[in-house]
Write a protein that binds this ligand. Sequence first.
Ligand code: MN
Length: 457
Amino acid sequence: MKTSKIITTALVSICFTLFLNNLNAQNMNTHLDKRQQKIAGIAANTAVGNLDALKTEINDALDAGMTVNEIKEILVQMYAYCGFPRSLNGISTLMAVLDERKAKGITDTVGREATPITETSGKYERGKKTLETLTRRPESNPKTGANAFSPEIDVFLKEHLFADIFGRDVLSYQDRELATIAALTALDGVEPQLQAHCNMGINTGITEAQIKEITALVKYPVNKTPLVRLAKLRIDAAQLENYVVALREEIETSVRVEPGVLNLYAVSEKENPTHFTIMEIYAGEDAYKSHLETSHFKKYKSSTNEMVKSLELVETAPVVLGAKTNESIFAKGGKGSADWFTGTVWVQPLVNPDEMENLYSVGSVTFEAGGRTHWHTHPTGQVLLVTEGKGWYQERGKTAQMLTKGSVVAIPKEVEHWHGAAKDSKFVHVAISNMANGNNVMWMSPVTDEEYNGINQ
Ligand code: MN
């Protein structure tokens, strides 16, 4: 056991503490307004170089009353996150849109320019101050991490990004954080930076619900039509059973681990049980393409190659769709802190201890596959109600118990344990913990991969 940490509530991550502080301070905006949607759309499409979509977003933004200078400002800011090439292509796209609109007789408002900076303090100090405003934390000189190893990047970040760029008042800090969160959501492999900017965004008044909307907007734009494909197969009768095993594994894995795979439904004909039709519904072309690249699909493809006598793929066009939605019960919430969780875990406070005379706290916790808590104890115990997926509960020295939707766990006080998702499944539970002297959890060491893999999943 390396470190023990006592915190006020088990379920409130740093992100959420700030979020709740913010909630008390102002009304909760659950939705992005039109202007904010456009800021997110422009930033995300610039970041990934999707210039056709960017063109549409810029047109919409201008129609919604954004000024040319505001849009230009987003495109300039983007170079700090995705480089000059993307930023310059974005600016060229803006110029092309303005020309087209001018030709159509539309007059767009240029808007005001940035106020010249008159502050006399050094740039580094100015950038540091901006960063402190955004993080609500004093910035000490870096002693560890990338900024200490490379002092030049620390200077560039503070002097350039946070003094030069964020110092320009054409956009508010909130606008700039919206743009940044959208861009980082669109880019791959920048999760730590996205997390940091979510926290900063929340400090500027962006709500968690709005961040969720940005994610939905960027990942699954509304104008994207699902891609539906039919696969018609004839299976070698001698291999039928093996084929079904492989197909089941492939379909179950795909819908479980790929957010872009909406539905896979395989049926066989009663009269001809070797004749299969698989209806495949993907969030879009990208989701389909990435599905083809997954290891589970490739494995299915190669392992069933000999079993499939013929395969016909039918492209389809949408006509009518009627569907029931199957959404999670509670909101996913904000990302849980790496200080207490391993992997990707989301925390949604449901009842704040303050509301209950500090007697107990309730929250919903969503663990992505492999996500789990660190080892911990509760001074007065905890109840878990599993609402979705498959996961584990384990007490120190005992065999892990598998949990599925509907499982209930009553955890005694002071018993060291962890809970979390199975390797291959999302897992959601509501956690109710009693408070004792303002605390409801004592955090301990992480559940190591060795410990986690040892539970015989
Ligand atoms: Mn617990």
